[in-house]
Design a protein around this ligand. Structure first.
Ligand code: PHE
Length: 344
């Protein structure tokens, strides 16, 4: 019995020392197997109890079980201590030094044509025009027919078109079909809207022409709208957009859906009117087409041309952006070259 007690005491001391010296989870696991495993030292001793005298067995068993329980408690404590140590180490390792300089973040920016598009819409909004969105995929009827451009009208040459595989469905060549949609939606109320959007034309891509570009259409319909309103409104826009001192002029023009029609020029933004290569020595830059809504178009929109009248205009933000920033090639806009985009 004393032999056993001594053996157990020695075993416990060694096991405790083993546990205490295990400095990481893997070592501790090896210690656990050595002492507590099925073939471990404790198991061997407990098995040996079976061969003892029946008289000594209960006391010996009690002793051995006490040792076992103490060692189990020690094992658990050691495991918990190692977990805590590992967590503390991880926290120290991941500690954030808030005094380190930050890493520069590259901030995205708005595309130059988006910037100008938004500015144009903002100006129109301050003048009481509401933004009206219309679809990119249009019917032949909306894009041409209802705008007084019948199938064989020579004006169709002006807008070479992307047709879809569905008969009569195409990509809009201008934002003007939105005039019809707006009129049909607002009728019989008066209208003051601008329609920004992408347009598509089947064209050779060159420095001056792209197959896609934005337009901002404008439309005002009411009971007493005159050409004077058209001129005054567009002059006011030009002054807000390009500066109050900027001269503007109107030239007679032709569009099938307006009568009379005009184009508006502003004094060259680059040379101020004295003549340069951008304005081709004329001193003027064309920035939009406009006119009084054709009676037939009013009718197609549901407004009686004997009671209502209106004006419409269409301008190109890319063209205006090119003038503002002296960009000499429209292909830069959709080429996504950062060297270009980062300049704005
Ligand atoms: N839709 C015409 C174009 O694409 C511009 C325009 C709009 C002209 C409205 C007059 C009135 O050139």
């Amino acid at each position: 019995m004393t032999d056993l007690a001594q053996a157990l005491a020695a075993l416990e001391a060694t096991a405790q020392a083993d546990l205490a010296s295990a400095s990481d989870a893997a070592t501790l696991e090896a210690v656990r197997v050595r002492w507590f495993g099925r073939k471990g030292s404790l198991a061997t001793i407990l098995r040996g109890l079976g061969e003892m005298d029946a008289a000594e067995r209960p006391a010996a068993g009690k002793l051995a079980n006490e040792v076992k329980r103490r060692l189990e408690v020690a094992l658990e404590e050691r495991q918990a201590a190692l977990v805590a140590l590992a967590q503390a180490a991880a926290l120290t390792a991941a500690r954030l030094d808030v005094t380190l300089p930050g890493q520069p973040v590259t901030i995205g920016r708005l595309h130059p044509s988006t910037q100008v598009l938004r500015r144009i819409c903002q100006i129109w909004a301050t003048m009481g025009f509401q933004i009206y969105r219309s679809r990119d995929v249009e019917s032949d009827e909306m894009n041409f027919e209802l705008l007084n451009i019948p199938a064989h009208h020579p004006a169709r040459d002006m807008w070479d078109t992307f047709y879809t595989t569905t008969e009569g469905v195409l990509l809009r060549t201008h934002t003007s079909p939105g005039q019809i949609r707006a009129m049909r939606e607002f009728h019989p109320e008066p209208i003051r809207v601008v329609l920004p959007g992408m347009c598509y034309r089947y064209e050779q891509i060159t420095a001056r022409s792209e197959i896609q570009f934005h337009q901002v259409e404008g439309l005002a319909v009411g009971r007493n709208i005159t050409m004077t309103d058209l001129k005054g409104t567009l002059i006011s826009f030009a002054h807000r957009m390009f500066g109050a001192e900027r001269k503007v002029r109107f030239r007679a023009s032709y569009f099938p859906f307006t009568e009379p029609s005009a184009e508006m020029d502003v004094e060259c933004l680059i040379c101020g009117g004295s003549g340069c290569s951008i304005c081709k020595q004329s001193g003027w830059l064309e920035i939009l087409g406009c006119g009084m809504v054709h009676p037939r178009v009013l009718q197609n929109g549901g407004y009686d041309p004997d009671v209502y009248s209106g004006f419409a205009f269409g301008m190109g933000p890319e063209r205006i952006t090119m003038l503002l920033h002296r960009i000499d090639d429209i292909r830069y806009f959709w080429a996504n070259d950062l060297r270009f985009l980062e300049q704005f």
